[in-house]
Design a protein around this ligand. Structure first.
Ligand SMILES: Cc1ncc(COP(=O)(O)O)c(C=O)c1O
Length: 382
């Protein structure tokens, strides 16, 4: 029995939402090819289980070779870009054997190509340019030489990519700066026609000038808004994304407290009058953040209820005084993924990003395709 099976948090993944969000990516980047980014187990959504929702992708992008091997084992035939490339000859051989496209971003990877035990199977790669993020990649002036070495070693260079540091912030001039650098990168004559890729979700939605040949959406496929909170607040456009992950946990007790009673560790919350509390069976042990700010909500049916006191390891307390009828024990409370309570809101409340919450949450996962299984959503809503 896996750790996930012991948990009472339920994570329900809506494949139709993912399919819809991929279509939004297509609509916003017409004529461009799409790498669907499915690293970190598809941002916590279950890589192999969501592949049927991503059949319209042109290719996939994962973080590491093991993830690439996993996606091939799941039967996926389309190109798979390995964003961190290989770090050993064994991984290089796995790339060759699985037809994975490693990203080449440092000199040691070039040296591994001539190692003795290297398989001779053909290799297609992408080369990463550090256009200003200061993370992975060669300096722009090194790219021509790197491509020449790769070609000399019999590797096909399929493309050049770069990654933005602040595309989630509208009007951040660093994106313009990075674009200028990326556009100017010089390549050898034999590579003149190679593809280019720069845009993550935020750039895909906001910066058509960054689309080049391939876009690389991740977060937007899962229905979270890729823009940073301030930028989101100032924008008038609704990207029409649908949340793919809904997280619920059961009510495990109802308590009647009085004025002056305190709730939870540290007694940080004091009741100002008669207060009805529902204890919900989820906490930081399930990956729900302990650090949510006061006033953070959950959804009980279609009603917002506030979390009171500290989030514990496996429970949290919510104020249900405003409800005319208390929920029955075991009633599912939505922690995020309701149309009126998106993961983006919880992330803002913790001072983090939706990526972190989606990847960290643990529970029993199930996958639904409402376009096939009519009413699955309705049953959960009721
Ligand atoms: C190199 C690279 N490209 C694309 C993405 C997708 O970014 P996002 O999830 O913001 O769309 C990531 C994710 O971090 C990445 O590291």
């Amino acid at each position: 029995m896996s750790d996930r099976d012991n948990r009472q948090v339920n994570i329900s993944i809506d494949l139709a939402a993912i399919r819809h969000n991929l279509k939004r990516a297509r609509d916003n980047a017409p004529g461009k090819k799409i790498f669907s980014v499915v690293k970190a187990d598809a941002y916590g959504h279950g890589l192999t289980r969501i592949l049927p929702a991503l059949t319209e992708s042109d290719a996939f992008a994962v973080a590491n070779v093991a993830e690439g091997v996993g996606i091939r084992a799941a039967g996926e035939q389309k190109p798979v870009l390995v964003l961190q490339g290989y770090h050993s000859v064994k991984q290089l051989n796995d790339c060759r054997a699985g037809g994975l496209w490693p990203v080449i971003h440092h000199a040691e990877q070039l040296e591994m190509l001539t190692a003795k035990q290297t398989s001779k199977a053909s290799l297609v790669c992408w080369v990463k340019v550090d256009s200003g993020m200061g993370r992975l990649g060669f300096k722009p002036e090194q790219i021509k030489q790197v491509c020449a070495v790769l070609i000399d070693k019999g590797v096909r260079v399929a493309g050049l990519l770069t990654h933005f540091a602040s595309a989630d912030r509208r009007d951040d001039i660093s994106t313009d700066r990075q674009l200028r650098v990326f556009r100017k990168v010089d390549v050898p004559q034999d590579c003149a026609e190679i593809d280019r890729s720069a845009a993550n979700s935020a750039a895909l939605l906001n910066r058509p000038d960054s689309h080049f040949d391939w876009v690389r959406p991740g977060l937007m496929l899962y229905g979270a808004d890729p823009l940073e909170y301030q930028s989101r607040a100032s924008q008038s456009v609704d990207f029409g994304l649908q949340p793919a992950m809904r997280v619920t946990a059961p009510v495990i007790a109802i308590r009647e407290l009085n004025r002056g009673d305190r709730v939870g560790y540290g007694g940080t919350y004091e009741c100002t009058g008669p207060t009805k509390i529902a204890i919900v069976g989820a906490g930081y042990g399930d990956g729900y953040p302990r650090t949510v700010a006061a006033g953070t909500c959950v959804m009980l049916g279609n009603r917002r209820c506030t979390i009171v006191g500290r989030v514990s390891m496996d429970s949290m307390s919510i104020d249900i005084s405003a409800l005319s009828v208390a929920p029955p024990i075991d009633y599912p409370v939505t922690l995020w993924g309701h149309a009126s309570l998106l993961v983006d809101e919880i992330a803002d409340r913790v001072g983090t990003i939706p990526y972190e919450l989606l990847c960290a949450i643990r529970g029993k996962r199930s996958w639904h395709d409402p376009t096939v299984e009519v009413n699955v959503r309705k049953i959960i809503d009721d």
